[in-house]
Ligand binder design. Structure first.
Ligand code: MSP
Length: 539
């Protein structure tokens, strides 16, 4: 059995409710996962929550609660948001799960036995929001070099993991595997960071200072550092190392999707932890940028959070997904603006996709009694494979039929290369072309000339083709705007999507198969409600 495509999100801290940044990561992952599933691949999509550490303990105490009671209360907010956003994950892991805790302890015992851990006295500066230690030299203007907040001086004895002895290996690995860290701008950032000597990683916190963590197995007066604990989730779900066969079923992860602020943990600490345990590397760590507002990262501590639930209430799940996926290129920052969201809603969705569907459905109603006409075009398209649109691939015939070179853009590659923005732009090119075709063919004039049998068949052929394009657009949109795409397919009465093999004369197409939604002549299409109703003026 082939291994599933294993995709992970970061585990979210539960010290506040999720905001737009968290929603973005999960929507990205969901889009990649849906796309793979639709292509027939098995997928294992993991998300969850990071529940230990100072931040969480502090948030709980501030509310006069025990940490466990507090995290139990917070977790449903994440699950509810994922439901609202249509996130189809396969498993939700919590770092307080007993199974996860056991794997963390087993790995620590293993690393100790391998001589990868030692104890030493440490003096340094601690940043609580980042849960990180820094040396004097690393501080910038006496503040945390990552988040620029105040740090606290600490002196204590702790356990350390020998990160530094793997520095040369890691640099070589990143250089030899250009796809390991993506996109390139983020890969270069890590290579830049690795030009300075790596410090060993402090992996414990004295229980006297922080009690809310996993017990350090060989010394009960310590708990495990929250990052060391959390990263292990990616393998603990696979029951590593207790059940090795099970582990082999999903590992290695195909992609860990993370924000750029936690790339170092994923592209430096994590690979070294795995290497030290003798475990295969994940295939890719994909780092996206930040959603910002007023030039600042959206975050609870900066007090500029954008609540995804409010936006979904106002604009709908698919409009929210569309805006986030379309507005930024993965890896780069984006400025959140509700005005822009409204503008994209109006131009892209209401006047673009929604309007195209309405035009096609209305013409079918007016000129064909709402039925898909019995056109020769339909018969030949359905019988032969020649009217086919690549699902995320190139289809030369289609491109030729439309007379556009641009369709050459390969959605397949765009999505597997993690560029949903480009993929959406390609789909919107087809929407524009379909609109243009309506203007060129003028079905309303053909209808007036229907006494002429040639004009009648031209009208029917045009409507059939428009309906087919609409069905193809809906299929292409399934991973991005799942509800809208399914609704259009339902309105068109598409009950079957057939797969066909690629044309084999292009070696690049080998891995690409084509999805062909089947329209049936005589079926009555449903115009339905307006897909994206016009927005009311903001007061
Ligand atoms: N708990 C750690 C991750 C452990 S993974 C083993 C953590 N949690 S977090 O809740 O602070 O952040 C989770 C993810 O949300 C990170 O990938 C982070 O980059 C992302 N985002 C948080 N704010 C963000 C924006 N404003 N914009 C985009 N994503 C950002 O870090």
């Amino acid at each position: 059995m082939p291994k599933p495509f294993y995709i992970t999100t970061p585990l979210y801290y539960v010290n506040a409710k999720p905001h737009i940044g968290h929603a973005y990561t999960n929507i990205l992952c969901d889009t990649f996962a849906r796309y793979r599933r639709f292509r027939g691949e098995k997928v294992f999509f993991l998300t969850g929550t990071d529940e230990h550490g100072t931040k969480i303990e502090k948030a709980a105490r501030e509310q006069g609660k025990e940490p466990k009671a507090y995290v139990d209360e917070m977790v449903p907010q994440f699950k509810e948001l994922w439901k609202l956003l249509g996130i189809q994950y396969d498993h939700f892991i919590r770092t307080t799960d007993a199974e996860h805790k056991k794997v963390v302890q087993d790995i620590l015992k293993d690393l100790e036995a391998r001589g990868e851990i030692y104890k030493k006295d440490y003096r340094g500066w601690y940043c609580t929001p980042c849960e990180s230690f820094w040396t004097d030299l690393q501080l910038i203007e006496r503040k945390c070099p990552d988040c620029h907040r105040d740090v606290q001086e600490l002196s204590e004895e702790n356990y350390f993991f020998k990160l530094s002895s793997y520095q040369d290996w890691l640099v070589g690995y990143i250089k030899d595997n250009p796809k390991f860290i993506q996109p390139e701008i983020r890969r270069n950032e890590i290579l830049g960071f690795l030009r300075e000597p790596l410090q060993d990683l402090c992996i414990t916190r004295p229980r006297a200072r922080l009690a809310w963590g996993i017990d350090y197995p060989s010394a009960k007066e310590y708990v495990v550092y929250v990052w060391f604990d959390a990263l292990i989730n990616y393998v603990s779900i696979a029951k590593y190392p207790a059940v090795k066969e099970k582990f082999g079923e999903v590992w290695p992860a195909d992609v860990h999707v993370v924000g750029k602020d936690i790339l170092r943990q994923h592209a430096v600490y994590w690979p070294i932890m795995l290497k030290a345990c003798g475990v295969e590397m994940p295939r890719t760590v994909l780092a996206h940028g930040w959603w910002t507002m007023g030039g600042q990262k959206v975050s609870k501590s900066r007090g500029n959070v954008v609540d995804p639930v409010e936006l979904v209430k106002k604009y709908g799940t698919d409009a929210f997904r569309y805006y986030l996926l379309h507005e930024v290129t993965v890896g780069y920052d984006g400025t959140f603006s509700e005005d822009l969201l409204r503008e994209r809603y109006t131009t892209g969705l209401a006047n673009g996709l929604g309007n195209l569907w309405r035009r096609i459905a209305t013409m079918l109603e007016k000129y064909c009694g709402g039925r898909i006409p019995h056109s020769e075009a339909l018969q030949s398209h359905q019988a032969n494979d020649h009217f086919k649109l690549p699902l995320f691939g190139m289809w030369r015939g289609y491109k030729k039929a439309l007379g556009v070179e641009k369709w050459n853009d390969e959605l397949y590659e765009e999505l597997t290369e993690f560029d949903p923005r480009l993929a959406l732009n390609s789909i919107w090119d087809v929407i524009t072309i379909a609109d243009q075709t309506i203007e060129d063919k003028k079905p309303w004039i053909l209808y007036k000339e229907c006494d002429n049998s040639e004009k009648k068949s031209e009208l029917e052929r045009t409507l059939v083709e428009l309906a087919e394009w609409m069905a193809h657009i809906a299929v292409l949109l399934l991973p991005f705007l799942p509800t809208t795409a399914e609704t259009i397919l339902k309105y068109l009465k598409v009950d079957e999507i057939r797969w066909s093999l690629p044309e084999m004369d292009d070696p690049k197409q080998e891995a690409i198969s084509f999805a062909k939604p089947l329209l049936r002549a005589g079926n009555v299409v449903e115009r339905g409600e307006i897909l994206f109703p016009p927005l009311e003026e903001e007061s």
